[in-house]
Design a protein around this ligand. Structure first.
Ligand code: ADP
Ligand code: ZN
Length: 530
């Protein structure tokens, strides 16, 4: 009908003002909402904090019937529904945390047409009872949140998402909107295909988060470095510190608390009550730091998270982007800070080598790690590298990341690389024993450690030929060679071995450009920089 889009457009805007109290739509919200209100399917890729929720909440309210929201975040449903109810939206949810009576009430509300929004866990849609219920009510729109969970290769794969194509089959006339903050082209394709939405219109928002300052520092004494960073720049701010293991989560929270920064741990090994308590404190209080494994954060909507710190290397750029994306949703300046060192590379490689999964899985994990390492080792603008990774070519240097603010110097590391590789060659000849980076560096530095003596490594011709660099610098060289694929890590002990590319360095066929290891900034200087 004529003028339809104008009417729905103004209705949508009126809802934005009246219900949510916002002045204007952001970015693509308006176009998305108009498309869905008009009955079209949509695939929405928008970074965390971009404002995905309104893209389905408003169509659900403007169109007749109830909007069904499929979300894997059961723990957050109650909060989401409470928040909506607080502004007068008629919302409900159905999941396994409810008792029979509660569920009965929600069902009745839905059937009576008294709900604008109904949140469901994906596993509900496997049940005939749920499908039957839905077919007896009126549905305005299906929203599939965290749609990347349908991607089988992704890190958040949920088998139940595969059954969601049933929505399109059973309700061909109800528009569907799939939303995610994970943006690689492959994931994108998989969402469209597996959810059966070939005709959906795609909306891809910019992945730039200009208010987040990206910084990656060399790891020396990570807890101390973190403390220094927090004291100098984020005293009293709310933030998240990600660690790989539960043990380091606990240790870090304890360390920070002992040093005057209020911090609590969060990981899957804590009981549900403690986790819920720490999460709700984080949401409510102003300056709490949560030390967490990646179990924490998905779907957490706290606008004023001022920093996200990583003490261990994320497994992929997607992971890094999602985790750091939890900072600065309110648009104010925030920091993504990470400490990264040789041990991270060795450990992640070992995890991949030793982990489950077939060869193809390992190759993918390895490729993910390579991209992450490239981001860590780049001498380019970190932001433009991130955006390039997500397919946004041509981004200029941002002026708000560490490599822009103080461009790293590079140096000709060919000779240093050759020294390391020749040492690896000599150790490889001793087939019986395998050695990691520590032994190689000791040999180059001419250190007569117990292990050097034990294996007569002080007799090698390479013993002591690397005294021009300090130990930390050698570790930096090894790390960068690993990142560049000029050397590799094998087995459970992190043995260093040659790669196919190593030969080109040993044969002097190529130059090896390395980043200079930044000297840790003296405290006074760092404080002045603010
Ligand atoms: P996402 O789901 O994409 O991570 P949300 O939908 O949770 O993001 O939105 C992030 C924040 O931005 C929320 O606090 C939300 O209320 C706010 N927001 C969304 N759209 C607008 C808008 N048009 N104007 C002002 N604030 C908005
Ligand atoms: Zn930059």
């Amino acid at each position: 009908t004529q003028g339809m889009s104008e009417v729905t457009g103004s209705e949508a805007l009126a809802t934005l003002h009246r219900v949510f109290g916002y002045d204007a739509f952001r970015g693509e919200q308006e176009a998305i909402i108009e498309h869905v209100v008009g009955g079209g399917d949509a695939v929405v890729l928008m970074p965390t904090g971009g404002g995905k929720s309104l893209c389905y909440q408003i169509p659900a309210m403007v169109r007749a019937g109830t909007g069904i929201v499929v979300s894997p975040l059961i723990a957050l449903m109650q909060d989401q529904v409470d928040a909506l109810r607080a502004v007068g939206v008629r919302a409900g949810f159905m999941n396994s945390t409810q008792d029979f009576e509660e569920r009965r009430l929600v069902e009745a509300e839905f059937l009576a047409g008294e709900l604008d929004l109904l949140y469901l866990a994906p596993e509900r849609l496997r049940l005939d009872s749920t499908l039957g219920l839905l077919s007896r009510g009126k549905i305005s729109v299906f929203a599939i949140d965290e749609a990347h969970c349908v991607a089988q290769w992704g890190h958040d794969f949920r088998p139940d998402y595969l059954t969601l194509s049933v929505l399109g089959q059973n309700w061909p006339d109800v528009p569907r909107i799939a939303l995610t903050a994970t943006a690689t082209h492959a994931t994108h394709q998989e969402i469209t295909q597996r959810l059966g939405m070939p005709d959906a219109k795609h909306f891809v928002a910019s992945f730039d988060r200009p208010n987040i300052q990206y910084r990656i520092v060399g790891k020396a004494d990570p807890k101390k470095q973190l403390l220094g960073f927090l004291k100098q720049e984020h005293e009293g701010d709310a933030g998240i510190v990600y660690c790989l293991s539960r043990k380091s989560v606990e240790a870090t929270a304890e360390f920070l608390s002992r040093n005057g920064i209020e911090a609590v741990p969060y990981h899957a090994g804590l009981d549900a009550g403690t986790r819920a308590r720490h999460q709700s404190r984080f949401l409510r209080e102003e300056g709490l730091v949560v030390c967490a494994t990646i179990a924490f954060g998905m779907g957490i909507d706290k606008p004023d998270v001022r920093f996200v710190a990583h003490l261990d290397l994320p497994k992929s750029v997607e992971g890094y982007y999602q985790e750091t994306g939890r900072a600065g949703r309110d648009g104010l300046p925030s920091t993504a800070w990470m400490a990264y060192g040789l041990q991270d590379v060795v450990q992640q490689r070992k995890l991949i080598n030793m982990g489950e999964g077939d060869e193809a899985f390992r190759r993918r994990a390895s490729a993910h790690l390579d991209s992450m390492l490239a981001l860590c080792e780049t001498a380019r603008c970190r932001r433009s590298q991130l955006l390039t990774y997500f397919g946004q070519e041509g981004a200029e240097a941002c002026g708000n990341c560490d490599t822009c603010l103080s461009p790293p110097e590079t140096w000709d590391g060919t000779v240093a690389a050759q020294k390391i590789l020749s040492t690896v060659v000599r150790l490889e000849r001793e087939r019986r024993q395998k050695f990691g980076a520590g032994q190689i560096i000791d040999i180059l530095l001419g250190k007569r450690s117990a292990k050097v003596i034990q294996f007569d490594h002080d007799q090698l011709s390479v013993f002591g030929i690397g005294e021009e660099l300090a130990e930390a610098e050698w570790r930096g060289v090894v790390r960068q060679l690993l990142a560049q694929g000029l050397i590799a890590v094998e087995g459970e002990y992190g043995t260093l071995v040659l790669t196919e590319e190593s030969g080109t360095v040993l044969g002097r066929q190529r130059e090896v450009r390395l980043r200079k290891e930044p000297k840790p900034a003296p405290r006074a200087a760092a404080a002045r920089e603010r």
